[in-house]
Design a protein. Structure first.
Length: 475
């Protein structure tokens, strides 16, 4: 085992850090009505409680990954956890809308340091082989479970202790992980601070460009694609990202080296991961809405019914390495994406008079299995063959593509669902529940098509990765 004689303890810390990050993306959703009443949020303000976290997280992941490579993986991870704890406490104590939104953005900043640094450390502690495959299985399981657990925990805490307890819980969880990280995460004499080499111009242009892109996509889902603000921010994103490409071409130590995309299966893995992100975010957005607005489930019941999906997701993630050893990585990924697509196609058959057991349970179990298998395989492919000096950046990149894929996918799916609902509402004898169901069915059907496209692209990941030439050192 490389770098530590306590691999199980290290994996536990890293998996817990990833769980906290994923949990925080969904735990607030169920609590939003109570948050709105507690601090006086408007409808737009409620959206920004979610978007502020996602924008900061998605836009700063590349910067967080490169900082982990240059300043030290362990140092950046612990710093990110510290920021996350402080931001969560600030959110719990917020009395004004702007304070809550600023605290959520600060949570995203901390998460952008945690996620790539944790994945980079996992790659260091577990060299390529069965051990790494099993570790990625655990990583995938907690990543999938975190989304469902957030919905469940958010409902339980909000109903029993109030909305502020949601942020107290995330602060406590991150603090426990921070303490465990100080105790168990490996360190070495080579760990230092080399932030002078950080590509600040590249970091600034890509961060602002991604913020503008994600903002335009999330806003388009609410105001439409022809809104001047949407078009303006989209144009700004295009200019900034083009400028980023120019900066990267000229910088001696670019934030995103072009050679990284030629390593192993980095480029195709990130492409398919973007499609997976679109499906993933869309599922956890539309499924609770269907259950609450059409089936009439309470927030708590909606959270509880996510448990079969979470269990299937964890099972798929644990089984993925075993399946890959027997059937091969490519076949395993294709099978996972195909199961995901088939489950979403099945879910698109929901009805306005449906039930959880009749319309939701079966397809979500299939979806959960496919998500778990595909996520593990794609995460491994996105970092395999990458030199140690770029491991954090590769981790940041794969998380960035998943976040941006989710933002784009949700914007498109929300627009299509709203359009279909409006069209169905105009029909004679169509109830509101029936019209909503038509919109959700459209979202799940398009998601199935997106997953099918990922299935078709999966064989691109079969090429043999180029071995890293540099010797790994702990950062």
């Amino acid at each position: 085992m490389s770098g530590t004689d306590r691999p199980a303890a290290v994996l536990g810390v890293l998996a817990a850090a990833q769980f906290v990050v994923v949990l925080s993306t969904s735990i607030v959703n169920v609590a939003l009505p109570s948050v709105r009443d507690g601090v006086g949020l408007s409808g737009t303000g409620m959206a920004w409680v979610i978007n502020a976290y996602g924008l900061a997280f998605g836009a700063l992941l590349l910067l967080g990954g490169r900082a982990a490579d240059l300043a030290g993986r362990r140092r950046v991870l612990l710093t990110g956890l510290s920021v996350f704890v402080a931001a969560s406490l600030a959110a719990a104590l917020a009395t004004e809308p702007w304070l809550l939104i600023a605290a959520r953005a600060a949570q995203g900043v901390g998460a952008a340091a945690i996620a790539p640094a944790a994945l980079s450390l996992l790659m260091y502690v577990f060299p390529a082989g069965p051990g790494r495959a099993r570790a990625l299985g655990v990583w995938g399981a907690v990543s999938g479970a975190g989304g469902a657990a957030g919905v469940l925990l958010g409902g339980v805490l909000t109903e029993s202790m109030g909305w502020r307890s949601v942020f107290h819980a995330t602060a406590l969880g991150a603090a426990v992980v921070l303490a465990a990280g100080v105790r168990w995460l490996p360190s070495a004499a080579s760990e230092g601070s080399d932030l002078r080499r950080l590509d600040l111009a590249g970091a600034l242009t890509v961060t602002l460009g991604l913020v503008a892109l994600v903002y335009s996509l999330t806003t388009a889902g609410r105001t439409g694609w022809t809104d001047p603000l949407v078009l303006g921010t989209a144009a700004a994103a295009a200019v900034l990202l083009a400028l980023f490409a120019v900066v990267e071409h000229r910088h001696s130590a670019p934030l995103l080296p072009p050679s990284l995309l030629t390593r192993g299966s980095v480029a195709p893995a990130n492409l398919v991961m973007a499609l997976l992100g679109a499906v993933w975010v869309g599922l956890f957005f539309f499924l609770p809405l269907y259950q609450q607005q059409v089936l009439g489930d309470s927030p708590l019941r909606t959270g509880l019914t996510q448990l079969p999906l979470a269990a299937a997701n964890m099972a798929g993630a644990f089984l993925a390495p075993r399946i890959a050893r027997r059937a091969g990585a490519s076949v395993t990924l294709v099978a996972g994406m195909a199961a995901l697509s088939g489950g979403l196609l099945w879910l698109s058959g929901i009805s306005a008079n449906g039930t959880f057991t009749g319309d939701v349970l079966g397809p979500t179990v299939v979806i959960g299995l496919g998500l778990g298998v595909a996520f593990v395989q794609l995460t491994g492919a996105a970092v395999t063959g990458v030199p140690a000096r770029d491991a954090g950046l590769a981790g940041g990149l794969v998380n960035t593509t998943r976040q941006l894929g989710g933002a784009l996918g949700l914007a498109v799916l929300a627009t299509l669902a709203a359009s279909r609902t409006a069209s169905a509402s105009a029909g004679p004898g169509t109830s509101h529940a029936m019209a909503l169901t038509e919109g959700y069915r459209t979202a799940f059907l398009v998601s199935a098509a997106v997953a099918a496209a990922g299935t078709a692209l999966a064989p691109l990941l079969t090429r043999t990765p180029k071995p890293a030439r540099t010797k790994e050192t702990t950062r």
